[in-house]
Design a protein around this ligand. Sequence first.
Ligand SMILES: NC(=O)c1ccc[n+]([C@@H]2O[C@H](COP(=O)([O-])OP(=O)(O)OC[C@H]3O[C@@H](n4cnc5c(N)ncnc54)[C@H](OP(=O)(O)O)[C@@H]3O)[C@@H](O)[C@H]2O)c1
Length: 319
Amino acid sequence: MDFRRLGASGLAVSVVGLGTNNFGMKLDLEQSRAVTHAALDAGITLFDTSDSYGASEARLGEILQGHRDDVLIATKFGSDASARGNGNGADWDARGSRRYVRKAVEASLRRLRTDWIDLYQIHRPDPLTPIEETLDALSDLVREGKVRYVGHSNFTGFQIAHAEWTARTTGSVRFVSAQNSYSWLDRAVEADVVPALQEYGIGMLPYFPLASGLLTGKYRRGEAPPKGSRIEAWGMGSALTDRAFDVIEKLEAYAAERGVTLLDVAMGGLAAQPTVSSVIAGATTPEQVRANVAAGSWTPTAEDLSALDEITSGLPPAA
Ligand SMILES: NC(=O)c1ccc[n+]([C@@H]2O[C@H](COP(=O)([O-])OP(=O)(O)OC[C@H]3O[C@@H](n4cnc5c(N)ncnc54)[C@H](OP(=O)(O)O)[C@@H]3O)[C@@H](O)[C@H]2O)c1
């Protein structure tokens, strides 16, 4: 396993991480444990969760007991169910507010059974709270040692620049990472998010890097999705479009020409893109984790990258 700095921060992350939204939504505790142990055995150190992924935080907290010093936990706040009484409470929808952030972090620390969170991410922009207030609240958490680094998720290029300017001018903590949807079937972030990340030294943790499994090769044009797969189980059949398969089939031919697999291209190709620090693919079995880690080690040449760019540029989001 290779390690990279998360953006320009001092935090070193494994190039392949593990996304754990399945832990709350598809897997039970023992299945989650098997996936986590496979990740630890394969050298993964970065585990991404959220307070909105059902039981994910609580399960991760339980499973990682005894491993806490060897792993990095990245969690998120600000996207829990909006009905009052759920999650941390809606707080009049102001989920970047000082009060909300404080309640959310205390609840996450309890569920994760830890004294600190390595990376605390705002799950989506809060249009109601000035970013000054959110950054100030997060700065307190960093000073108190409850949080080591902070990141954002689903921010636009402008919101990233505004947050950076605010941090610089107010002396608050700055965001060191970004989570946005990014894969060979969805390159929309390259227009204005990635340039902002490059400018400010912010590391990308792409989510949906496998387009929910489309980029593993297990879905075929004109065939029903495999039983139990995410697309079948979650009723996401509309993702199986001809446009997606046009690209997937080109990527498969591209991979075959180079003696690698579609999964290698999905993982290693994405890891080779500017600003990407760790590819936090999700998994539902230990075998998937091992395959994803192995695929993350494929290192494309400059020629490989330009051919990949040609095949996948100008595409609409697929899933
Ligand atoms: N910040 C945000 O707003 C946001 C949004 C979404 C996700 N995330 C984070 O990003 C992480 C990654 O996204 P994701 O997990 O939703 O999507 P993903 O990584 O694109 O796809 C993961 C799914 O693909 C299938 N899969 C994975 N490896 C495979 C393999 N080697 N062979 C065959 N199938 C394989 C599994 O589904 P099945 O086995 O069920 O088919 C797995 O659950 C999440 O876990 C979460 O931590 C963040």
